[in-house]
Ligand binder design. Sequence first.
Ligand code: S3P
Length: 442
Amino acid sequence: MPMHKPLTASRSARLSGRLHVPGDKSISHRALILSALATGRSRIEGLLEADDIMATAKALAALGAEVARSNGAFEVSGQGVGGLRVPGQPLDFGNSGTGSRLMLGVVAGHDMKAEFTGDESLRRRPMGRVLAPLTAMGLRVESKEEGETTLPLTVCGTHDLIPIVYELPVPSAQVKSAILLAGLHAPGRTSVVEKMATRDHTELMLAHFGAEVLVEGRDDGTRVVTVCGDAEFGRASLSVPGDPSSAAFAIAAAAIRPGSDVIIEGVLMNPTRTGFSETLREMGGRIELLDLRGEGGEQVGDLRIQSASLKGVRVPPERAPSMIDEYPILAVVAAFAEGETRMEGLSELKIKESDRLRAIAAGLAACGVVARIEGDDLIVEGRGEVKGGGLVETYMDHRIAMAFLILGLGASAPVTVDDTRMIATSFPGFAELMTKLGANFT
Ligand code: S3P
């Protein structure tokens, strides 16, 4: 990899303007994967053109699904469920946990051997959570050491997968989706039981493609998602809404800079993804939903954000799945609020692109913010004002980089993040878009 690319953010005047954020990362991965499993040529508008998604596109191409850019959209020629071919090279997912875990589910249903690998950050992340259910279905893992569960790994899929009923031990949409994707290849029904609802893009998109998928909500809040195996479905047209996890950075910047007024168009409003906006509203944030509409099986809206004085709140653990990627930026917002913000039940943050719990706490400390970790909780003492002036280490984590650049826009002294290269994994054009709104980056 080339040299680090640091960037400095300085206190900015009010932010204003209209913008579109790039396409949703979760939906983009699924759009490519399901298109590759469909029969016929699917068309995807608004696909996120970021490194994580391009890694999934390359992996699918190596497996025999043609992926091509055409008239501003992407077209994928699907090979039908079970129709992918043995790859001639290792499948490299770069920084992407989602791409690698979902594709393990796909490869599980094919009679093939494939090597999965990724960058330094991905090679540290746990794959055991998907390998456990997938090996119960029939996937075999060939690793140097018995029980090895980190990449690189060589796996052998099979045409004879066994359908399972699996209760998720952790609230993870990646694990749920890997099992459902494998289940498409197994005979009979494969079910995933989740006690806490996680993002439901896989089930919504399967229905959009015309695959048989059943979702049962039980009285105790448990959801059971079932796919019918030996599936066959045809091509679809898809349109990817703006990513609420990317929008969160612009929302936060407008919320903390006095006098700001920003409109973000076409943001995904799926209720399994709106925890950040909900929390910001509880803090006193002014977010208006202007036009809620349905697009391709998902809800989409325009958001207007105006600055406001914010107060600290308690964020309950049940909310974590609906805003799991937004805690870095929420912690930054909390630093500008008055009073304590207590974010509870964040064990999953420790195994993201970095150990985000520690990365957030260290970054806040470097910027003069009082914060502490208590078990799996993060507590930030908001003082309305943030000193800044620090150098923040980003640990190969795009969201840590973006969150602390936003912090710098409101801090008394400029804030430098050590590396911005990873921002390209999820939000290409972040600095340019924010600069257009009035952000001061150098
Ligand atoms: C994702 C699920 C979440 C999230 C990730 C994207 C997905 O991960 O953090 O950025 O697209 O399914 P977990 O499944 O590990 O919670």
